[in-house]
Design a protein around this ligand. Structure first.
Ligand SMILES: NC(=O)c1ccc[n+]([C@@H]2O[C@H](COP(=O)([O-])OP(=O)(O)OC[C@H]3O[C@@H](n4cnc5c(N)ncnc54)[C@H](OP(=O)(O)O)[C@@H]3O)[C@@H](O)[C@H]2O)c1
Length: 343
């Protein structure tokens, strides 16, 4: 029996919980696809899952971690029609969510949380659980797309599509926010980006941010957003902070603007929020859970058309997966941290 290397999560109690194990190479059954994984990327979610802090039910013990991976098709099972050996593919975040509104089992079918993830040399997917990579992207670049990029795309296009000339606010320079910046810039929108670091803000400018705000220097950054937008505010906020940033995000939107609730990087100790500004601004505050295969495919067409290159901060070898996870937690990165799998 052929074997392969895979990472599994031991007890979900910290950032050194990844264990390298040997597993049998799986075989593609009917409707399935065997993928040789070539790269994976990390998300803040992987820190929460490894350390037992994920705010949703998930028993990840002995699961392979990480939702985001890309590779090449090695073989297909009987009746598999969408893919053939040699195709370059990425897994979709929620394996069950094909299109339309969010499905009820989107959490329980999510890679690397509800079900086995992608940090392994081979993985079998149902053919509905994969998309083709844009041709201009490497496996490392393609591996950054399934969670962070699709989330940013859903925030900008999932409810009320972004229009050229509108303004988008992205918070910080992590994976979701940098994709938000790139996608909004490519669409002809004006982008306001925040960061804790002037050096990172220079990188954001080089990627197309029109206005930048250091949120350490301007703790009342909503006032800066309003000043920089002539008092109008922004049309979209990709809200990655949660209770620690939400009030200011709502304070940053134009009348009828959309605040996409994505993350919880800035959870306040004693959250309190006056809901009146939602009412007075007419803002739409919506939850986003990554997105469907349909959204992923729509996004890939835009990425291919604009030849957008994902921003990769660092690529770690497979043997250094734990180091990669710890580097993500240090928050010195801009964009994505990637793990190379195989040669
Ligand atoms: N709902 C969903 O479907 C979904 C999908 C993907 C991600 N998420 C969530 O979205 C968040 C971002 O995920 P990610 O993978 O992009 O994270 P990430 O790459 O780890 O982002 C880290 C960066 O966030 C920025 N940040 C931290 N605290 C901040 C604050 N108070 N205000 C503004 N920026 C702050 C920092 O950027 P600077 O150093 O530049 O300040 C930091 O480097 C996480 O909470 C994650 O769980 C949710």
């Amino acid at each position: 029996m052929a074997t392969m290397k895979a990472y599994e999560i031991g007890a979900a109690n910290g950032l050194d919980t990844y264990r390298l194990v040997t597993r049998p190479v799986p075989v593609a059954g009917p409707g399935e696809v065997l993928v040789r994984m070539r790269a994976a990327s990390l998300n803040f979610r992987d820190i929460l899952l490894a350390s037992g802090q994920y705010p949703f039910p998930a028993d990840v013990t002995h699961l392979s971690p990480l939702s985001d991976g890309a590779g090449e098709v090695v073989s297909v099972g009987e009746g598999t029609t969408y893919f053939a050996p040699g195709d370059r593919v990425a897994g979709i975040f929620s394996q069950s969510w094909q299109g339309g509104a969010q499905v009820a089992d989107a959490w329980s079918t999510a890679l690397g949380g509800g079900i086995d993830g992608v940090l392994q040399e081979y993985r079998v997917f149902h053919q509905n659980g994969l998309v083709r990579l844009p041709d201009h992207l490497s496996f490392e670049e393609g591996a950054t797309l399934p969670c962070a990029a699709v989330t940013a795309w859903n925030a900008l296009y999932g409810l009320k599509p972004l229009q050229a000339g509108q303004t988008v606010l992205v918070l910080g320079t992590g994976g979701v926010s940098i994709f938000g910046l790139q996608l909004a810039h490519a669409a002809g929108a004006r982008v306001v980006a925040t960061s804790s670091s002037n050096e990172k803000l220079e990188k954001a400018k080089a990627l197309g941010a029109d206005e930048v705000i250091n949120y350490k220097v301007h703790p009342d950054w909503a006032t800066e957003v309003r000043r920089l937008t002539g008092g109008r505010g922004v049309d979209h906020v990709i809200e990655i902070g949660g209770t620690g940033t939400l009030a200011q995000s709502i304070g940053s939107v134009n009348i009828g603007g959309i605040v996409s609730m994505v993350g919880l990087l800035a959870v306040a100790d004693a959250p309190s929020m006056n809901p009146m500004p939602i009412l007075t601004s007419g803002a739409v505050v919506r939850g986003v859970l990554v997105g469907s295969r349909e959204l992923f495919e729509n996004m890939n067409r835009a990425i291919a058309h604009h030849r957008i290159k994902p921003v990769i901060d660092t690529v770690y070898p497979f043997e250094q997966a734990t180091k990669a996870l710890q580097a993500l937690a240090e928050q010195r990165h801009v964009g994505k941290i990637v793990i190379k799998i195989g040669d």
